[in-house]
Design a protein around this ligand. Structure first.
Ligand SMILES: NC(=O)C1=CN([C@@H]2O[C@H](COP(=O)(O)OP(=O)(O)OC[C@H]3O[C@@H](n4cnc5c(N)ncnc54)[C@H](O)[C@@H]3O)[C@@H](O)[C@H]2O)C=CC1
Ligand SMILES: [Mg+2]
Length: 346
């Protein structure tokens, strides 16, 4: 039997018609509830496709548009997308392959769509935009716009790589919004997946510890990170990763924030600050995981934070030390640590 609460919610959701919704869902709660409905109700989602806006990707590279050298994700209106598809000889039915992304401030549904099969340069010309590799796009977009672009890519990638049931090998079928895929043979429902990762900035009170993997660009050092093992809490994963990678024992930890990270597959980054005993700071690096890790002073960190772009590499010179840019949560941890140090020094 349906509980009173869920019945009221159900009535609320189903009594609102899509046109009314699109006019009235500027509030956060309305937008969330509209999205909730679009996720599960195929008919409502098909309706929203007719008036929504679309962020295109070409083989996972998002379409960006520049205005006076300020780049933004190039969302296209449904009608404009249809016109452009017609002009370049694309099939208008590919629109139904779009994946629901969100709902903008005006209450319009947003979708992401990979158009990798269509002529890239013709599309760029028609849309007056450019498809940019996501890693490069990060440097071109302002902070608040990056998450929706990475979300769109992550969802498209998830659908591209989850076309078959891992139990039966049979094809999986998506719902209209793309919020899940079902194998009708086994009855298993698959939802888009992220792997939990802990990322931690370790401090001994006056210095902080950063490491680099051999695959990092020259000179880049970041906070320590690692995937959570099955059954572990964030706290356990964090203690283990620090012990494994640098041979230190964490004494305290404090949550800072979290971030979806699209590379190489979707991760859910949980960021924390941690401290170690200032008398037990001898680092022993696990060379299988890290090329190097060492303690950095406040002055070194402050200087690295000034760099807004990866530094140029000069021939014969040792690479300059730099830290992840502002779109990475590692940067947030470093900024917070530097501010804290600044306070204690004043
Ligand atoms: N947003 C940010 O600020 C930062 C993000 N990261 C991300 O954190 C992630 C984890 O960092 P790592 O030091 O590489 O992790 P890690 O220290 O756990 O080492 C990676 C190894 O863990 C194993 N592994 C266990 N579970 C895995 C899973 N679910 N997926 C992939 N590999 C798994 C593999 O053998 C892999 O080679 C990376 O994807 C990296 O891109 C790392 C630093 C900064
Ligand atoms: Mg690691």
């Amino acid at each position: 039997m349906r509980g009173r609460c869920s019945w009221v919610t159900w009535k609320l959701l189903h009594s609102i018609k899509p046109p009314e919704l699109s006019r009235s869902c500027s509030g956060y709660v309305s937008r969330v509830r509209y999205l909730m409905r679009l996720k599960e109700d195929d008919e409502a989602c098909r309706e929203a496709l007719k008036s929504g806006s679309f962020l295109l990707y070409n083989n996972l590279a998002p379409l960006l548009k520049s205005n006076n050298n300020i780049y933004k994700p190039a969302f296209l209106k449904a009608s404009d997308l249809e016109t452009i598809l017609k002009k370049i000889g694309g099939d208008k039915h590919i629109v139904s392959e779009s994946v629901l992304l969100g709902c903008n401030e005006n209450g319009e549904a947003q979708f992401s769509l990979d158009v990798g099969d269509l002529d890239r340069s013709a599309l760029e010309q028609q849309c007056e935009g450019v498809f940019v590799d996501l890693r490069k796009a990060f440097f071109m977009l302002s902070g608040p716009e990056a998450p929706i672009v990475t979300k769109g890519q992550a969802l498209i990638r998830w659908h591209q790589t989850n076309g078959f049931c891992s139990a039966t090998g049979q094809p999986t079928v998506r719902n209209q919004s793309g919020s899940h895929r079902i194998c009708h043979s086994s009855g298993i429902t698959y939802y888009p997946k992220m792997s939990p990762v802990v990322i931690v900035l370790v401090s001994d009170g006056s210095r902080c510890l950063l490491g680099r993997q051999a695959t990092f660009p020259p000179g880049l050092y970041s906070a320590l990170a690692g995937f959570c093992d099955m059954g572990e809490s964030v706290e356990e994963a964090l203690r283990r990763e620090v012990a494994e990678e640098v041979g230190l024992e964490v004494e305290t930890l404090r949550f800072s924030g979290s971030q979806h990270w699209p590379f190489p597959q979707s991760s859910f980054m949980v960021a924390c600050h941690a401290t170690v005993n200032p008398n037990k700071t001898q680092v022993s690096v696990d060379k299988a995981e890290l090329e190097d890790a060492h303690w950095f002073t406040f002055e070194e960190m402050t200087e690295a934070l000034q760099l807004k772009k990866p530094p140029r590499i000069s021939k014969g010179e040792p690479p300059m030390f730099w830290v992840p840019p502002s779109f990475a949560i590692a940067n947030q941890l470093i900024q917070e640590w530097a501010s804290q140090q600044q306070l204690t020094r004043n």
